[in-house]
Design a protein around this ligand. Structure first.
Ligand SMILES: O=C[C@H](O)COP(=O)(O)O
Length: 251
């Protein structure tokens, strides 16, 4: 049986200023030997803070990640940031295809896949997000829709070293609502089965995170669900205390 090392990643979204450096430091200080032995920890700050966080804690065991990247390495793309730039700023990973980007910027599966390929080109771990809307779940089509997103968004050659998948039901993000543990396990099992059809044994090495209203109060139950290899945390990652408390569910 393959052992997957858990990953707890904090997506700060469009939150944080230079004044947030001490909060990041508290996360680094709280990532003690016991936690390090059990789980990877990562913070995904706004791009403006990446280099500052990296400089504030050089060599930190807490990973840093971007929240998006352009498919191209460089060029005339005003306002965009490439995977290479994120790597240069100190990131080791990048989130692609978050539902907020799919909704706010009309990102398609094809574009998300190109971004994941760009992440690999730059040597970054791609955290590829998928997840259904409330309407889709209520219509009983959640599994099919997420399988379709995986088929379209995950590049060929994905493996445990270059890819993490985050299942984030759109209706659970920032709402305090979560699927039942059975629903989470069902979805993660379906995602694993889909990845196995395409990638064979490598699928057992790809970590599947759950995201959507993960809090210290529900982390223990969610992180113990079958085929859940960690969490992508939004709001509760902004404070070191709550973020670390979620990671401590692994102790
Ligand atoms: O990327 C993180 C997710 O969108 C979850 O956000 P949330 O924990 O605030 O619900």
């Amino acid at each position: 049986m393959t052992t997957r090392r858990p990953l707890v990643a904090g997506n700060w979204k469009m939150n944080g200023l230079k004044a947030s450096v001490p909060e990041f430091r508290r996360i680094v200080e709280g990532y003690d030997a016991a936690l390090r032995a059990r789980t990877d920890l990562m913070v995904c700050p706004p791009a403006t803070l990446l280099a500052g966080f990296a400089a504030a804690e050089p060599g930190s065991p807490v990973g840093l990640a971007g929240q998006d990247c352009h498919p191209a390495a460089s060029g005339a793309h005003t306002g965009d940031i490439s995977a290479e730039m994120l790597a240069d700023a100190g990131a080791g990973a990048v989130i692609v295809g978050h539902s907020e980007r799919r909704a706010d910027h009309g990102e398609s599966d094809e574009l998300v896949r190109a971004k994941a390929e760009a992440a690999r080109r730059a040597g970054l771990l791609a955290i590829i997000c998928v997840g259904e809307t409330r309407e889709v779940r209520e219509a009983g089509r959640a599994l099919d829709v997420v399988r379709g997103q995986l088929a379209g968004s995950v590049p060929d050659g994905a493996d445990g070293e270059n890819t993490v998948i985050a299942y984030e039901p759109v209706w659970a993000i920032g709402t305090g609502l979560t699927p039942t543990i059975d629903e989470i396990a069902e979805m993660h099992g379906a995602m694993r089965a889909h990845l196995k059809e395409r990638f064979g044994g490598q699928a057992d090495r790809i970590r599947l995170l759950y995201g959507g209203s993960v809090k210290p109060e529900n982390a223990g139950e969610i992180l113990a669900a079958a085929d859940v290899d960690g969490a992508l945390v939004g709001g509760a990652s902004l404070e070191a205390t709550s973020f670390l408390s979620i990671a401590r569910a692994y102790l």
